[in-house]
Design a protein around this ligand. Structure first.
Ligand SMILES: *[C@@H]1O[C@H](CO)[C@@H](O)[C@H](O)[C@H]1NC(C)=O
Length: 394
């Protein structure tokens, strides 16, 4: 008997069918456009050509970065594109070896005004060691570049992406709508300066789930104009925790509304959940925030509101913040504090925090020295067990 009785015409039909069903005709492989997987040759031009071909395609298209290491300089993938796009990365994209190559551009990989796009997989290594060394030495250095940025994007999925060793922020959303970020890994050494993980501002409808962030600055930074932002299953640390702010950077500033962080773990971080504003006039606000089901492991400030931020007392004429904080719930937050003051709610002198709820908080310091709390101008209620004892005003 023959091993297979598939006839040649049938095989041909099957292959044709597979080809059509995977949309192979619309895959634009960067290597076909001249990219070299050797980590050395400049593949920027090839990436751009592959992007332009995909972006101009009338049918859904894929930009494919196969396995191997590709060196890419500062690059803008511009939209709008004609159809839905997938940017699929199997290999590693590395920044040029000399950090000065970026000048003052502010971006390494920028997706500008692109809608209906999925960025799937891959590793992006900005190799910022030289840049951090420059900053630490106190020389004058370029301002640094964010590794992956979406400006004015809509209907975006980012999944399974790893970003390493960013100069400044690993991943930024600015002016975006409807973005799902899943299973990303953002990694830089705990002592690398200003390497924020995920930064969101002026954006609505963002989810950030199942991700790991280990950096030298905020794991997640939530800026002005963030609305309807859901974070869950985050593993944060080392780093500075999850921070709403710094706000009150400007007098006229958009508010932050509807932020939920749940089912997450902080390990050895500077902060757990923080809301931070400069002590100066602003019409910004923070409202409807839920921090729930969180585990703190040896965190310096597990729960903190700091509205007195003003390093060296410069640029803060009134020394109190105009940012109004209201309706913030802390529920089921447990674990250990690395400092005795596990909960610190320092609100604006002129503008108290209102509607703060503490429910089922159990933070311990160490044996024989119970954790403490400190409040200033913080108004709200506590429910269930609250340890340390609630310091809220009613
Ligand atoms: C915030 O959430 C509430 C309740 O889900 C919703 O009614 C409101 O429209 C949201 N705010 C914004 C700015 O979308």
């Amino acid at each position: 008997m023959t091993k297979s009785n598939i006839t040649l015409p049938l095989l041909f039909t099957l292959l044709t069918f597979i080809d059509v069903s995977t949309g192979a005709a619309n895959v634009f492989n960067v290597v076909s456009f001249g990219a070299k997987p050797d980590g050395v040759k400049d593949s920027t031009g090839a990436f751009l050509k592959a992007w332009e071909a995909a972006c101009g395609s009338a049918a859904a298209a894929t930009v494919m970065v196969p396995s191997g290491t590709f060196m890419v300089k500062g690059i803008t993938f511009g939209g709008p594109c004609k159809s839905r796009l997938k940017f699929q990365v199997a290999g590693t994209v590395v920044a040029p070896p000399d950090y000065r190559a970026f000048g003052n551009s502010g971006y390494w990989i920028l997706f500008n005004k692109v809608s209906k796009i999925s960025l799937i997989g891959g590793t992006f290594d900005a190799r910022a060691n030289g840049f951090w060394a420059c900053r630490k030495s106190g020389q004058s250095c370029p301002p640094g570049v964010r590794s992956i940025t979406f400006n004015s994007g809509k209907d975006v999925i980012i999944s399974g992406v790893k970003s390493m060793n960013s100069q400044i922020t690993h991943m930024t959303l600015n002016g975006c709508t409807n973005v799902a970020v899943r299973y990303v890994k953002l990694v830089a050494p705990g002592n690398s300066p200003n390497t924020d993980g995920f930064h969101v501002q002026l954006s609505t409808g963002v989810t950030f789930t199942g991700s790991t962030v280990q950096t030298g600055d905020d794991c997640v930074a939530i800026g002005a104009g963030t609305r309807n932002f859901l974070i869950s299953k985050l593993a944060c640390g080392p780093g500075h925790g999850v921070s709403i702010g710094s706000l009150a950077k400007e007098l006229n500033e958009d508010g932050v509304e509807n932020v939920t962080l749940s089912s997450s773990v902080f390990t050895g971080t500077q902060n757990g959940v923080r809301i931070k504003s400069w002590a100066r006039p602003s019409n910004g606000f923070v409202k409807n925030v839920f921090f729930q089901d969180l585990i703190m492991k040896n965190v310096q400030n597990p729960i903190i509101i700091d509205q007195n931020y003003c390093p060296s007392h410069q640029g803060c004429p009134t020394e109190h913040s105009g940012v109004k904080i209201s309706q913030v719930t802390y529920k089921n937050i447990q674990g250990t504090s690395a400092t005795q003051q596990a909960m610190k709610l320092v609100c604006s002198q002129s503008n108290p925090c209102t509607g703060i709820t503490l429910q089922d908080i159990k933070l311990t310091y160490k044996k024989g020295a119970p954790a403490t709390s400190y409040c200033f101008n913080a108004i709200g209620t506590s429910l269930g067990v609250t340890q340390p004892t609630s310091c809220l005003n009613r």
